[in-house]
Structure formats: C-alpha cells, structure tokens
Write a protein that binds this ligand. Structure first.
Ligand code: MD6
Ligand code: FE
Length: 200
C-alpha cells in the first residue's frame, strides 16, 4: 500500500476495503446506540455543526465549561469500548506501543464542517492521532503549527486513514466541506470520522 504525505500528515488511501468499511460502520452504530451523538457547544456558546460521541476510556467533550476529556458520556453512561476493527487500524499504522484511550466519533451531515484547530488536549504529543474516514468525501486542510500559515488540502475518501504524527502532530487542520452523495457506504449519506488518541 502506498501512502501520500500532505503537509507532514501521512494519508493511506483506501486502507479499508469496502467490506471492512461496512463492518466498521456496524460497530460504530453499536457505539452510537450506547452513547448517543450529541451536538457539542463551544465554550463561547456556539453549536458545532458536527455531532459527536466516543468510545474508549475517555471521550472528548465540549460545553460551556470548556473542552476536556471525560470518563463518561454527558448522560452519565460509561463510553463503550473501542471496536476491535478500529483498534486494529491503530495497531497497524500508529507505530507506538500504547493502545488508544479515546476513539472520538464525528458525524457530518450535509453542510457540516470543522474549523482549523490543533489537537492538543492530550498529555503526550509523541503519541500520534490516527483518523479514519467513512462515507462521503471530505476536503481536509492541513497547515503548520502556527495559525495563519500556508495550508494544503486533500480530499479524504471513505476507507482512507490519516496519521498526524511527528512534526505534524500539532499541525492545524480542519474539514472545509463534505461532498454529498459521493459515497454509498451510509444509507442516508453523510460522513463519519473516527480519531484515535492516547490521552494521558
Ligand atoms: C475530520 N479530523 O476528519 C476531522 N484530528 O473530520 C480531525 O480533526 C483530525 O483527521 C486529528 C488527527 C486527524 C484528524
Ligand atoms: Fe483534529
């Protein structure tokens, strides 16, 4: 398999076969059944356009009190375990000897996006963040470690895996837009992004 380097981010196009993608979606539906998707609010009171939930020891949540990793879903239930198929992707591409403690699930309906941000709520930036894309294509933008620098973009497709590690671990990145109807994986359309992290 051949990877592509985009601004220091390693992208593995088509890492998951269509069959593996469908099986993973089934496992994510179980996660969502146990820990329902929520629309996070930013600390400034704006609703995010993606819906989120998580699996693992920690979930990442955002509300008026701020951003943080939390051991429970806002409803008080424990986060369900990270599905085995998702763990297997981490073990194949992360290149570190620890397993992820959080699998953040981001759900994009038509029109949802994610502004440029850094992932910096984790304790050890030597641990990469691994991302899995499922469903509709998404335009992923990557910059440097300072806000306002040059950026590069790549369309992430269903089954692609991206690794933010090394110098790119703290790169600014975001999703400008999702292309509706570009994948048949999800019956009702949309995009699921999974990000795996070691938290503490
Ligand atoms: C997304 N991804 O693909 C948003 N974060 O929907 C992220 O925010 C992200 O792809 C850290 C590492 C990889 C990512
Ligand atoms: Fe991120």
């Amino acid at each position: 398999m051949v990877s592509v380097n985009v601004g220091g981010v390693t992208v593995w196009p088509g890492w998951l076969s269509p069959e593996d993608q469908a099986a993973m979606v089934g496992e994510i539906r179980e996660v969502v059944a146990a820990a329902p998707l929520v629309t996070p609010e930013t600390p400034r009171g704006r609703k995010m356009s993606v819906k989120m939930t998580a699996a693992g020891h920690f979930g990442w949540i955002s509300d008026r009190r701020g951003y943080r990793y939390a051991p429970q879903h806002p409803s008080g239930v424990a986060w369900p375990p990270i599905p085995a198929s998702v763990l297997a992707v981490w073990r194949a591409v992360a290149g570190v000897d620890r397993d992820p403690q959080c699998c953040l699930v981001n759900w994009y309906a038509e029109g949802a996006r994610m502004g440029l941000h850094q992932d910096r709520d984790e304790a050890d930036f030597a641990m990469p963040v691994v991302s899995i894309s499922l469903g509709d294509d998404a335009l992923f933008r990557v910059g440097g470690t300072e806000r306002g620098g040059k950026t590069q973009s790549i369309w992430l497709k269903s089954g692609d895996v991206a690794v933010l590690g090394g110098a790119a671990r703290l790169a600014y990145h975001g999703i400008d837009r999702v292309r509706p109807g570009s994948s048949t994986l999800l019956a009702r359309g949309g995009r699921i992004n999974l990000t795996l992290r070691v938290v503490d």
